[in-house]
Design a protein around this ligand. Structure first.
Ligand SMILES: [Zn+2]
Length: 83
């Protein structure tokens, strides 16, 4: 039966009714698309988790930011010593 490839849209002769792809190349492309989607989902999940962790530990996060700020300020002071 003639089917349309789900990836490239080319018509091809499918051996089974379940065949969706014209070639192995298109089948692989589909797999890599799925992996990329999975990967993107992981990134979004990690970002959400980090945000939640920061929110839960807001005071710790503020402390960390304060220390960083002081370090930067001291570094600046050392670079431009007062006369
Ligand atoms: Zn194809």
């Amino acid at each position: 039966m003639t089917k349309t490839c789900a990836i490239c849209g080319r018509e091809f002769e499918a051996r089974t009714s379940r065949g969706k792809f014209c070639s192995d190349a298109c089948r692989k492309k589909k797999d890599s698309n799925r992996n990329r989607t999975k990967y993107a989902a992981n990134i979004a999940e990690n970002r959400a988790r980090n945000r939640a962790r920061r929110a839960a530990d807001l005071e710790g996060f503020r402390q960390y930011e304060r220390e960083k700020y002081h370090q930067r300020r001291d570094a600046m002071k050392n670079r431009n010593p007062a006369p």
